[in-house]
Write a protein that binds this ligand. Structure first.
Ligand code: GLU
Length: 318
């Protein structure tokens, strides 16, 4: 099904172009590169630009920053917005099997609805799942000109998929009837990721561990669409970088992008060295090359805990 070159396997990095990458994003990208290159895979880049409202078209500066710290990738970056046809096709495949239904609920409706017994907190309560044709038409009329979203009808008796993550170990998560396409026509993240990873021949997914809870949904989609799934697809959800408050690093946490650091006179090589230091791959004062990092890279010895970023780390070394 692929227009992309197939290789021995591929890893990837998939940034959303919502502004400059910060040190946490750069660290995850560095890890994705190391996982892919150290296992003989190709390394691909995909720009996840489906959320038009948030994406400011800033892919180019992100790619420049990735290059500046030493990453390279194979072929041109894939733009997720160019892949609409395949996304629609996947939804049509699920639809033909009765696995998709229209949902007219707003966020508020979902919060107000009583939750189904045994369902995880925040799960979709199933309000629109079993509507008759007539009820569906009425519901559509009621929300016009807004359009319904499309949700996956998770087949009854679907066991929550489990997978063995290279960092987190055995991992499991509950699945509800999640959104495939939003009411505004935007293809949902889980659907696009699964379809695009398969089309690009990606068999190794390395990303922040904030996305680990999405993975069971993605594995279910892989199975329903008859695409490769674990153990053929490997997952590594890597610990995040935290800001001084203990929350996930954010741009308000000071000089945390290459742009900020450059303005403060810090060169990208030093940033790479400091990121490597947080991963146990470099000693203080040392500036290893990408080839040296690759030689030293050993997934089982990676830190398992989030790293709390401290500006002192940059200030301390030249
Ligand atoms: N685009 C997502 C992000 O920037 C990553 C998605 C993925 O790696 O699956 O957080």
């Amino acid at each position: 099904m692929s227009e992309f070159p197939q290789t021995v396997g591929a890893g990837r990095y998939a940034p959303s172009p919502s502004g400059d990458l910060h040190l946490g994003n750069l660290r995850t990208a560095l890890l994705a590169w190391l996982f892919a290159r150290s296992s003989g895979r190709s390394f691909l880049m995909r720009i996840e630009d489906l959320d038009r409202a948030r994406d400011a078209g800033s892919a180019e500066p992100q790619l420049n920053d990735l290059r500046a710290i030493g990453l390279d990738w194979d072929g041109d970056p894939v733009l997720q917005s160019d892949r609409r046809e395949d996304h629609e096709q996947a939804i049509a495949t699920l639809q033909a099997r009765g696995l998709v239904y229209e949902c007219t609920c707003t966020r508020k409706d979902i919060l107000a609805a009583p939750s189904a017994p045994h369902s995880p907190p925040g799960a979709y309560p199933g309000t629109c799942r079993d509507r008759t044709e007539e009820e569906r038409a009425e519901a559509r009329d009621r929300i016009a000109p807004r359009l319904p979203a499309l949700r996956l009808r998770v087949p009854e008796a679907t066991a929550a998929p489990t997978f063995v993550d290279q960092i987190l170990g055995q991992t499991q998560g509950e699945i509800d009837d999640f959104v495939l396409k939003r009411g505004d026509g935007t293809i949902a993240y889980n659907l696009a990721v699964v379809v695009d990873d398969a089309a690009m021949g990606v068999d190794q997914v390395v990303r922040g561990d904030d996305l680990a809870s999405s993975t069971p949904r993605q594995i279910l989609l892989q199975r329903l669409l008859e695409l490769p799934s674990p153990p053929d697809i490997k997952y590594a959800h890597v610990p995040l970088v935290l800001g001084p408050s203990g929350a996930r690093l954010a741009k308000r946490d000071g000089a945390v992008t290459l742009r900020d650091l450059k303005a403060a006179g810090v060169k990208p090589d030093l940033v790479r060295a400091k990121l490597a230091q947080t991963l146990g791959l470099a000693r203080p004062g040392e500036t290893p090359t990408m080839a040296q990092l690759l030689e030293r890279f050993d997934p089982p010895s990676l830190p398992r805990e989030p790293h709390t970023w401290s500006e002192d780390l940059i200030a301390s070394g030249t």
